[in-house]
Design a protein around this ligand. Structure first.
Ligand SMILES: [Zn+2]
Ligand SMILES: [Zn+2]
Length: 346
């Protein structure tokens, strides 16, 4: 089968590999019907994910059809259409039992697919702990609708959950890239009073205006997002801030925009340490929440998609066949042609 492979730093190659086989009783083999490229794939390509193992097949966002299951798999059966969870977790350890699945103590736990074990930019993928790693896609939900359920939508859903938004709250989301949009979708489910979205890119701002008329869109190049949050909130800032942009500037905006005793959820990944100016923040009594996504909400997310309450299909701006994946990466990497997300069809 064809598999897009991390050869060495800066070098991904589409090559012929053996079809994966069941290794453990909890495994399932999934025939990939649609995959996607994520910014984290680029981080692997650029060598900034030290735990990524050279030789592995990349890709951790995909949907497909179950082909084979191990003896312990009870949640899905061959022939089921499934979404694949970015996180591998045993379901049994202390962390899994408390819902902190990103910290699963299994050696294969956490973000393993397409990083430490073979992922889904391929024709087939082996999914360990399939009872946790797979969710059935409802019949009325398309592959395109379900494509992000296991990764960026799971991230948005987790972020909105730990943000503990209360009805009527003022919320600021910094960054309207794919994960920012997914965060917005999941934030809106919690019925905030006002939602502000700060994004410097014109195309991305227009996307929010077109799809989410209930959000107020801010261009941080011409308007200070922290000041906008101060004016929008009733108590000197946003009740909850989601930092999804991942820059030095956006990190500073996040704590400034939060009201006293507000919550700042750091969803973004940074490529260098960030500074919390604690003397300036003293007395503001903020709560910071951060971490890798505890992605264990795929069934709920797919049900919300089925009900039409979440729809992220608009994020898919391009589709490429697997044999042209190198071109897709080039387009995604250079952010050409207003690309947001690319679907890859094996
Ligand atoms: Zn990802
Ligand atoms: Zn575990």
């Amino acid at each position: 089968m064809l598999a897009y492979t991390y050869e060495s730093k800066g070098n991904f190659v589409l090559k012929e590999k053996a079809r994966p086989v069941l290794k453990e009783p909890g495994d399932a083999i999934v025939r990939v019907t649609l995959a996607s490229i994520c910014t984290s794939d680029l981080h692997i390509k650029h060598g900034s994910v030290p735990r990524a193992v050279p030789g592995i097949t990349v890709g951790h966002e995909m949907v497909g059809v179950v082909e084979e299951i191990g003896s312990q798999v009870t949640k899905v059966r061959p022939g089921d259409r499934v979404a694949v969870n970015v996180e591998t977790f045993c379901g049994n350890c202390y962390f899994c039992r408390h819902g902190y699945v990103n910290n699963c103590q299994d050696p294969d736990g956490g973000w393993a697919l397409g990083c430490r074990i073979d992922g889904g930019q391929a024709e087939y993928v082996r999914v360990p702990y399939a009872n946790q790693g797979l969710a059935r896609i409802p019949d009325s939900v398309t592959d395109e609708q379900a494509l992000f359920a296991g990764d960026i939508l799971a991230t948005g859903y987790w972020a909105a959950r730990i943000g503990e938004i209360e009805k009527g709250d003022t919320v600021l989301i910094i960054g309207a890239g794919p994960t920012g949009v997914c965060t917005l979708d999941c934030v809106l489910l919690r019925e905030p009073g006002k939602v502000l979205v700060a994004e410097p890119d014109d195309f991305r701002r227009d996307y929010i205006k077109a799809h989410y008329p209930e959000a107020e869109v801010i261009d941080p190049r011409s308007q200070d997002a922290a000041e906008a949050a101060f004016r929008a909130g009733s108590h000197g800032g946003a009740d909850v801030v989601f930092e999804v942009a991942g820059t030095e500037e956006s990190f500073q905006t996040a704590w400034k925009a939060a009201r006293p005793n507000g919550t700042v959820v750091i969803v973004a990944l940074y490529d260098r340490p960030q500074v919390l100016p604690l003397p300036d923040m003293y007395g503001k009594n903020l709560t910071f929440k951060t971490g890798g996504v505890d992605g264990c909400d795929m069934d709920e997310i797919l049900e919300l998609i089925r009900q039409g309450r979440i729809d992220t299909t608009g994020l898919i701006t391009h589709t490429f066949p697997l044999n042209q994946i190198a071109e897709a990466y080039a387009l995604f990497e250079e952010r050409k042609d207003n690309v947001v997300k690319i679907a890859i069809r094996p």
